[in-house]
Write a protein that binds this ligand. Structure first.
Ligand code: DGY
Length: 302
């Protein structure tokens, strides 16, 4: 196990396969490991692989595997799996929750009530309408598509930018992130993390979104230039942000903690009892398949 895994998974891996934590064993024991189980929080990188010469598979708990050096794994002939599909609904639900929360100011209004401001006769500032709004989705993979489907139920006009156009879907394609941001009220980020998407949402994109626009991110903190986001919020160049992910988790910049126009979540997109159980099951199925048949149930493209 590379990094701390959820307790239920850790326990089954230890009991069923004699698994141990890489940071707790010597090189001799590490040298015999055939499978590394990790999660998006940790990942397996070249320095880990150097200690794992017998490794054949990296099994990632989570759909995002940008914390693992997949290119280096492939170079060493190591296969990698993740947990797609089972978390799509919960992450999409979280995105919609953040859209509603940040546009309607729900968390801010909750704080307003708790501070006694309502009881003192004050009223919160008016929020923005979600129903019928223009939603731009950056990354129309499984999760982006599930977000789009949900927001159509709010009569939203959905457009998207994606590495490849998806003409089979009824949403307008924007040729660039800038074009997408220019024509939406809320930019929802559902793109995979990694070098290709790093800082796709930068100062120019935030300016294109404009002072009435909101950003929601349920993907990876690395997709957004966090300093540019803070500067745009400070200057009132965007209206607000709903964030489940951050550049340096679990660190959330102090500048964000102080703001009422942002909603901050601790990377909980997939964190429900049902989904975490399904992710655990899929992770174990991959370990079992590799050890018994030498391949994976849900391999990622290498
Ligand atoms: C994932 O699966 O990549 C999520 O971010 C973990 O909750």
């Amino acid at each position: 196990m590379v990094g701390a895994l959820r307790a239920e998974l850790d326990a089954v891996l230890r009991e069923r396969y004699g698994a141990e934590r890489l940071d707790e064993i010597d090189d001799d024991r590490a040298g015999r490991a055939r499978v590394a189980v990790t999660s998006g929080v940790w990942g397996v990188r070249a320095e880990h692989l150097d200690r794992l010469p017998s490794l054949g598979a990296i099994v990632n708990f989570g759909v995002g595997y940008d914390s693992t050096d997949v290119a280096e794994a492939a170079r060493r002939g190591i296969v990698v799996s993740n947990t797609p599909d089972v978390l799509t609904d919960c992450v999409a639900d979280t995105a919609v929750g953040l859209v509603i929360d940040v546009m309607r100011g729900l968390s801010a209004a909750d704080r307003f009530v708790r501070r006694g401001e309502w009881a003192a006769g004050r009223v919160p500032a008016l929020a923005r309408r979600v129903s019928g709004s223009r939603v731009g989705i950056l990354g129309l993979g499984r999760i982006g598509e599930a977000i789009a489907r949900r927001l159509v139920g709010f009569d939203a006009t959905v457009s998207y930018h994606n590495r490849r156009q998806r003409p089979e879907l009824p949403y307008a394609y924007a040729a660039s992130v800038l074009d997408l941001a220019r024509d939406c009220d809320v930019l929802v980020i559902a793109a995979s993390g990694g070098a290709d998407s790093r800082h796709l949402v930068d100062a120019d994109v935030l300016d294109a979104l404009g002072s009435d626009g909101f950003v929601v991110n349920v993907a990876r903190g690395s997709v957004v230039d966090e300093s540019a986001l803070i500067a745009a919020l400070d200057a009132g160049r965007i209206a607000g942000a709903g964030l489940d992910v951050f550049a340096e988790e679990p660190h959330v910049p102090a500048a964000l903690l102080e703001r009422d126009d942002v909603v901050l979540l601790p990377h909980l997109g997939s964190a429900t009892v049902e989904t975490r159980a399904a992710m655990t099951e899929m992770t174990l199925a991959n370990v079992e398949r590799f050890l018994t048949e030498g391949d994976l149930v849900t391999p990622v493209p290498l």
